[in-house]
Design a protein around this ligand. Structure first.
Ligand code: F6P
Length: 545
């Protein structure tokens, strides 16, 4: 799987095809193939995916599928689904798909029944969530829990925070969740504001239980609790989610109140493990189960659909097409759903920590760009901020538009006759249409526009987008969206030949921060960080702190 895909005939064929397709406009592609709007679509579980507004012909799609085959996507996928150690640099299996297996489906990882272990933890999580939600779990003063504060960072924060916000409608036990991640004390201080220690439960979420930010915040939170309720209160107000029981115990949390997971779950793939405990407490174990089922439905699709009809495969191939053949530098993710506001941030870790690599799994350097940069904001807010560049800028930025048929909160329009949700969705459809088809100078001139303004008003179009629609924002559809992107990242990583499941690139910064910390508070001898810029910055900081 680590051979140089860019040296393959399949890659060369795409280069040749790119020369033919790149000069063509989506207006022409639609004119010569009018059925594409209806036919270049896919159903993945409840997700309706329109990929017709991409700068591809049906021949391009065929060649892209050839590329997936040449890169060994089906074989690599099957290795993941059978528990093989495809995270080669860490010699680990990649088992997040086991976290959402229904009861009765089996998967052995490293000689153990992963499915049985997963369901055992889910059962314990469910019992715990039930007891917190029902008020049976009481804090040190005998009161029930009103707020859970998840302390974690990266995969131990972004997933649960994003899903909690997305599913606020399903949080039915009047328990609020807050998420603390940043070692900037402002985060913890702001999130503790207004909370009563007696009704607050901390979930310390850390796969390794060694992450500086999380342990620092957890220690500060414990001080806050102990100052109000005393040391004995810790047992009733702190639980942990981790793979590291020893460190959890060292921190002072009873391992009876620890929910485990496994080294075969990557941090950025862990929202469906016990890392999702804060979500389960707020929405309940049944809804959490629906979230897992949604993910599993997409797993089944990914594992079984032919490559040419496989949603994650096709969307990944389009990502490769723009990144490697058009030289696109990023992909915008634009949820037309305010509740999905954190989805782009969540995807940033998923894609960039997974595929931001310069060497292949075998250690040889890659020969193409890797790692799509994902960014975005909810529509319609983004329209009034950065869409100008999407429409008329010089860069090609493919975009994913996400929308829902039904709103969880519809309200009437100003005159009371329409639906605000219809306005939202008409904006989504308008944007994808304008991006694709634009407006020509002739069309603008024909409207009697001042000729000096015509060039300013030309809308070039030919800007590609995918539209992903789902019936409603539910636990299941949120799970489906996550799994859809997880598998895209997997397919892209497979094509580039990289290990999408390690993250060595984050280590050195952590070590350097630990080494520099004492210099910041030491007396006024010259800083000795090892380079003149860092020394000067630290000296400036000391002088001004
Ligand atoms: O810094 C990167 C990282 O290791 C992520 O991969 C991970 O999600 C995050 O830190 C948090 O790690 P942990 O859950 O072990 O605290």
């Amino acid at each position: 799987m680590s051979s140089d895909i860019t040296a393959s005939a399949a890659w060369q064929a795409l280069h040749d095809d790119h020369r033919k397709v790149a000069p063509r406009h989506l207006r022409e592609l639609f004119a010569e193939d009018p059925a594409r709007g209806r036919e270049l679509t896919l159903q993945v579980a409840d997700l309706h995916i329109d990929y017709s507004k991409h700068r591809v012909t049906r021949e391009t799609l065929r060649l892209l599928v050839d590329l997936a085959r040449t890169a060994g996507v089906p074989e690599h996928r099957d290795q993941m689904f059978s528990g093989e150690h495809i995270n080669t640099s860490e010699d680990r299996a990649v088992g997040h798909i086991a976290l959402r297996l229904p009861v009765g489906d089996q998967l052995e990882i490293d000689g153990t029944d992963a499915d049985a272990e997963v369901h055992d933890v889910l059962r314990r999580m469910g019992e715990f969530a039930d007891s917190v939600r029902s008020g049976e779990w009481r804090g040190a003063t005998g009161e029930g829990i009103r707020t859970v504060v998840n302390i974690g960072i990266g995969g131990s924060d972004l997933g649960p925070d994003m899903v909690y916000r997305a599913l606020r409608h399903y949080a039915d036990a009047e328990i609020e969740a807050r998420f603390v991640s940043n070692v900037d004390p402002a985060d913890l201080v702001a999130k503790l504001a207004g909370l009563d220690p007696a009704t607050t439960l901390f979930i310390v979420a850390s796969k390794t239980f060694s992450t500086l930010e999380t342990l620092t915040n957890a220690t500060a939170a414990r001080r806050w609790l102990v100052a109000a309720l005393g040391t004995d209160a810790v047992a009733k107000h702190f639980v942990a989610v981790s793979t590291n029981a020893e460190r959890v115990a060292e921190f002072g949390i009873d391992t009876a109140n620890m929910f485990g997971f496994w080294d075969w779950v990557g941090g950025r793939y862990s929202v469906d493990s016990a890392i999702g405990l804060s979500v389960m407490v707020t929405i309940g174990k049944e809804r959490f189960g629906e979230f897992l089922s949604g993910m599993h439905a997409v797993d089944r699709h990914f594992a079984t659909a032919p490559l040419a009809e496989n949603g994650p495969v096709l969307l990944a191939l389009l990502g490769v097409w723009y990144s490697n053949f058009f030289g696109a530098e990023s992909r915008a993710v634009l949820p037309y759903s305010n509740d999905l506001a954190r989805f782009p941030a969540y995807l940033q870790q998923l894609t960039m920590e997974s595929n931001g690599k310069s060497v292949r799994a075998d250690g040889t350097p890659v020969t193409s760009s890797t790692g799509e940069i994902f960014w975005g904001e909810p529509g319609t807010n983004g329209q009034h901020a950065f869409y100008q560049l999407l429409h008329q800028g010089t860069r090609l930025i493919p975009a994913d538009f996400l929308g829902f048929a039904k709103s969880t909160d519809d309200l009437p329009t100003r005159d009371g006759t329409g639906s605000m949700h219809d306005i939202l969705m008409s904006n989504l459809f308008a944007q994808t249409k304008v991006l694709a088809f634009g407006k020509t100078a002739e069309e603008i001139a024909a409207e009697g526009t001042d000729p000096t303004l015509v060039p300013h008003k030309v809308m070039p179009g030919n800007r590609p987008s995918t539209t992903i629609l789902a019936p409603e924002l539910t636990p299941s559809t949120v799970g489906q969206l996550i799994a859809l992107y997880e598998h895209q990242v997997f397919v892209e990583g497979t094509i580039w030949g990289i290990d999408s499941f390690d993250q060595w690139g984050v280590e050195l910064g952590k070590q350097q921060a630990l080494a520099l910390a004492p210099l910041l508070s030491s007396a006024n001898e010259p800083a000795s960080a090892g380079d003149s810029s860092t020394d000067a910055l630290i000296e400036w900081y000391r002088a001004n702190r």
